[in-house]
Design a protein around this ligand. Structure first.
Ligand code: NAD
Ligand code: WQD
Length: 338
């Protein structure tokens, strides 16, 4: 009988926890592996409340080869791995590049060695639209050029994709997909899980919700002089529940995939400006947000959003939830945790 066990590294994190819920709902048995370096053990309980049963989990650093091997032996028939575990703060990666090369590349290589030894040959990897840098043609397709990385973090995603591609070339039984996420936002509609930023958030939506909750004084909008219709930066904000679902579809695809390796964009296909996000938040939550326009943030790309046709076609997946729903869910979650 086909095994439905999926090992989810980084499964206690923001995107991982939502994916674990979706996996369970699709009939899989997710097993979380996390070192809790950027997550809280309470997330496990939050997931349990949503799915009505306790999810199995291991506290393990992905670079710990010995323990990883034990887990693969203990669990016997793992069908595939979704690899979220990584450090993700762009600014920190500039200040401490070795932490990022060690954790993000070390985790991937150790995991892939153990998968190889254990003959587990399906993997979904968390990549990022950051690999495109400032794309000249929008929306970006998977064929858009990979530009020099803006940060060590971004470089780890580019190198990771290459590592997976090379392994896929070397092993005809191996099947992998790198999902290039655009900007994940929102929380689970039950408010049992959501984003738990460490310290002052650098991402827009948690900064907005913390400001509305009175934790921050005001949102600084980084620049209003971009060559976009309203002068503000444009991004493709995708509800984290939709993103979680893309992983389930990716696993389904891997079972029948003819080619060893694919990269696939995961976004809504629609760009929204920072001001549109702020206005949508105000509308959905019926309150005024304190914000002011400040200078541009170094390293920010002007505009990026996804061409989603490859995901639509290969994964039979498209987003279902709106930016407004994501902002409402993010706000409900913020109220719960503050
Ligand atoms: P997150 O920090 O919430 O989740 C990552 C999880 O991995 C955390 O629970 C952390 O404790 C764990 N972890 C880190 N290093 C580990 C290690 N060595 N061993 C075991 N566990 C480890 O981040 P997220 O937002 O859920 O992101 C998940 C993945 O998606 C990351 O690879 C990230 O780079 C990628 N990604 C995120 C975004 C985003 O905006 N959130 C966008 C594109 C790509
Ligand atoms: C979104 C927009 C800011 C905060 C980052 C990483 C990227 C990927 C996703 C992992 C931008 C503006 C933000 C604020 C603002 N992560 N902004 N005031 O920069 O698109 O992408 O997260 O792979 O690699 O770089 O996301 O949420 O930081 O910013 O005006 O206080 O909001 O300028 O236009 P970003 P973000």
């Amino acid at each position: 009988m086909e095994s439905k066990k999926i090992l989810v590294t980084g499964g206690a994190g923001y995107i991982g926890s939502h994916t674990v819920v979706q996996l369970h709902e699709a009939g899989y048995t997710p097993i979380i592996l996390d070192d809790f370096s950027n997550s809280d053990r309470k997330v496990i309980q939050g997931i349990g409340r949503i799915i009505g049963t306790e999810v199995k989990w291991y506290e393990c650093d992905c670079r710990d080869r010995e323990y990883l091997e034990k887990i693969f032996i203990l669990e016997k028939n793992i069908e595939g791995v979704i690899h979220f575990a990584a450090s993700k703060a762009v600014g920190e990666s500039v200040a401490d590049p070795l932490k990022y090369y060690d954790n993000n590349l070390g985790s991937l290589i150790t995991l892939m060695k153990v998968m190889d030894k254990s003959k587990v040959n399906k993997m979904v990897f968390s990549s990022s639209c950051t690999v495109y840098g400032q794309a000249t043609n929008l929306p970006v397709t998977e064929e858009s050029p990979i530009l020099p990385a803006e940060s060590p973090y971004g470089f780890t995603k580019q190198v990771s994709e290459e590592i997976i591609k090379d392994v896929a070339k070397s092993n005809p039984n191996f099947r992998a997909i790198s999902l290039r996420y655009f900007n994940p936002v929102g929380a689970h509609p039950t408010s049992h899980i959501g984003e738990l930023p460490n310290g002052v958030p650098s991402n827009l939506v948690p900064f907005i919700t913390q400001t509305a909750a009175g934790i921050r004084d005001e949102v600084t909008v980084f620049g209003n002089d971009y060559s976009t219709p309203d002068g503000f930066c444009i991004r493709d904000y995708i509800h984290v529940v939709d993103l979680g679902n893309a992983h389930v579809k990716a696993l389904e695809f891997l079972k029948k995939a003819k080619e060893n390796y694919q990269v696939i964009n995961c976004g809504t296909g629609k760009g929204n400006s920072v001001m549109e996000v702020i206005k949508a938040f105000e509308e959905v939550t019926n309150q005024q947000l304190k914000y002011r326009v400040g200078p541009r943030r170094p390293g920010d790309v002007e505009a990026i959003y996804a061409d989603t046709s490859k995901a639509n076609k290969l994964l039979q997946w498209e987003t279902q939830l709106t930016l407004e729903q994501a902002l409402e869910d993010a706000w409900d979650w913020q109220k719960k945790i503050s």
